[in-house]
Design a protein around this ligand. Structure first.
Ligand code: HEM
Length: 242
């Protein structure tokens, strides 16, 4: 009878390296899950804020101004907004770095262990997560240039009026289409990402917990996609105008 390989002394260094690699993978997955949950909280709040556009020009701009005066006089003007921005930038850095590190590790493991012959459901999901994530990153860069950093008004010059900027932007059909496609991608990313995060955090150990995680993930993804899409659609169909 052969000695089990797991206990053979010559395999010890490989086992130690393997255990260390598994620990790093788990650490990276926890980093992805927690930074992803910060993003989910942010997009839910952001989506709620955007819906103020239905209440008209002044209500929307008052809300945007409120974000800047939040925490005053304890905090300076835009102090709370900067805290939110720093948390978001840190979460984005953690999320993107961990994603690329896990992507690289998965590629290395596949090259050394086996040859992939057939795409499975799991590989489609990871392709969607990876390329969807890259697409969302590009969307965020464009979105910030559009609405925050550059305040790029494609149909007019730069403006400091957030409501007019939103209405002008979504009066341009191709810009609305880009946003709608990005929101569908965001929904798919969140749907799968939420499930992965729950698995990583160990909240899918019973059938009841799995069902709950699936239901919550789907609900959150639908609320975010539909909620964000309402404003561009309302502008496109004339329900929100200047
Ligand atoms: C239809 C969808 C969206 C609309 C209409 C929208 C609208 C806006 C507007 C008007 C601003 C500027 C707010 C201000 O100046 O007070 C803004 C800022 C921002 N948005 Fe969006 N947004 C959308 C989707 C998203 C998504 C999906 C994300 C993230 C994944 C996102 C992330 C941000 C960030 C990080 C800021 C900058 C906040 C700041 O630092 O001031 N947005 N958005």
């Amino acid at each position: 009878m052969s000695t089990p390989t797991a206990t053979h002394p010559s395999n010890q260094p490989a086992l130690v390296t393997g255990a260390r690699a598994a620990r790093t993978t788990i650490f990276l997955k926890i980093a992805m899950a927690s930074s992803g949950l910060v993003f989910i909280a942010f997009v839910l709040l952001h989506m709620y804020g955007n819906l103020h556009a239905f209440a008209g020009h002044d209500a929307f701009n008052e809300y945007a101004e409120h974000l800047r005066t939040l925490g005053e006089p304890m905090l300076p003007h835009t102090g709370a907004l900067w805290i939110i921005r720093i948390v978001l930038i840190a979460s984005l850095a953690v999320h993107v770095t961990s994603a690329f590190m896990l992507w690289h590790r998965a590629g290395k493991a596949r090259r050394t262990k086996y040859v992939m012959k057939k795409r499975t459901g799991a590989t489609y999901a990871s392709l969607l997560m990876r390329w969807g994530g890259v697409t969302l990153l590009l969307f965020i860069v464009w979105h910030l240039l559009n609405f925050t950093i550059g305040k790029v008004n494609v149909t007019g010059g730069p403006t400091n009026d957030p409501y007019n900027l939103v209405v002008d932007s979504f009066s341009t059909w191709w810009l609305t289409l880009i946003y709608l496609a990005a929101m569908a991608m965001l929904g798919a990313h969140l749907h799968h990402g939420f499930w992965s995060a729950m698995q990583t955090l160990g909240w899918t150990s019973t059938a009841r917990a799995r069902n709950l995680a699936k239901a919550v993930g789907l609900t959150v993804a639908l609320i975010i996609t539909i909620g964000f899409s309402l404003v561009p659609l309302a502008v496109m169909f004339g329900a929100i105008s200047k």
